[in-house]
Design a binder for this molecule. Structure first.
Ligand SMILES: Nc1ncnc2c1ncn2[C@@H]1O[C@H](COP(=O)(O)OP(=O)(O)OP(=O)(O)O)[C@@H](O)[C@H]1O
Length: 237
């Protein structure tokens, strides 16, 4: 039986004086990779902020693993990687991952596994993060979020600036984590990444215009290409 990891019901959010999310409702099954797709400004980051409990909401409910989003019980269970690399420049790769591992009560094996998973194991562990390239810093941030296989992983544009080989490897890893029970939500505006998700949430101007599998979205819009499918749904809306 599939268990629901995240349930959103009637979610409305205002930012400034304006509504940016309009009465959204959807569920995300545990152990799946869900894609949150939509143009710039459609509300992806706002929805993610609400899911991780750092956004004031106007109305509606968000339940994560049975508790309201942002509950203290979800600390460490829900990991959120923002668009900006959030690691310590003056620590080494291993020290950064170790720091987060200590917060979450993970072992040094978990640290090594996380560094390996993002393909940074070939670099000396003593390399300071300030001496890494942009893509390498992004990977350290991901390793910090992945350490110890969290139950919920929310990633905002995680593959921006990464090369195609690493992107492919990361998507493989996301599915391996999901198969082991982690629920992953990936926000992206790259439609190419949509096909790799189990389910898709399409946002447009703060409205949910699709919530289904890639195959079902292709079928109902009669479009092979998911970008064309999005456009068809946007125009229908
Ligand atoms: N602090 C804020 N105050 C007022 N409006 C805001 C604020 N932050 C975001 N907005 C507005 O809310 C809407 C949704 O923004 P959001 O950042 O959630 O979009 P997004 O889909 O994540 O965009 P992108 O892909 O460009 O990151 C936009 O119209 C944006 O201008």
């Amino acid at each position: 039986m599939t268990t629901t990891a995240i349930t959103v019901d009637g979610l409305t959010v205002h930012r400034g004086k304006h509504p940016v999310l309009h009465s959204l409702g959807f569920t995300i099954p545990e152990g799946s990779v869900a894609g949150l797709l939509g143009p710039s400004g459609s509300g992806k980051t706002t929805l993610i902020r609400a899911l991780v409990g750092v956004q004031i909401i106007k109305s509606g409910t968000i339940t994560v693993l049975g508790d309201p989003a942002g509950s203290p019980s979800l600390r460490g269970t829900v990991r959120y990687v923002t668009q900006d690399a959030s690691v310590y420049d003056d620590l080494t790769i291993a020290e950064n991952v170790q720091y987060f591992a200590s917060l979450y009560g993970c072992s040094s094996d978990d640290v090594a596994h996380a560094i390996d998973a993002v393909h940074l194991d070939h670099l000396p562990g003593s390399r300071l993060v300030r001496d890494l390239s942009g893509g390498q810093r992004t990977r350290v941030t991901l390793a910090c979020a992945l350490v110890g296989a969290p139950r919920i992983l929310v990633l905002d544009e995680p593959t921006v600036g990464l090369d195609p080989v690493l992107r492919e490897d990361l998507w493989t890893m996301f599915h391996q984590l999901a198969d082991a029970g982690t629920t992953i939500l990936v926000a992206s505006h790259v439609m190419d990444e949509a096909r790799r998700c189990d389910r898709l949430l399409f946002l447009r101007d703060g409205h949910l215009i699709a919530d289904d599998t890639p195959a079902a979205i292709r079928r109902t819009t009669s479009q092979d290409d998911l970008e064309d499918a999005f456009l068809a749904l946007a125009h229908r809306d």
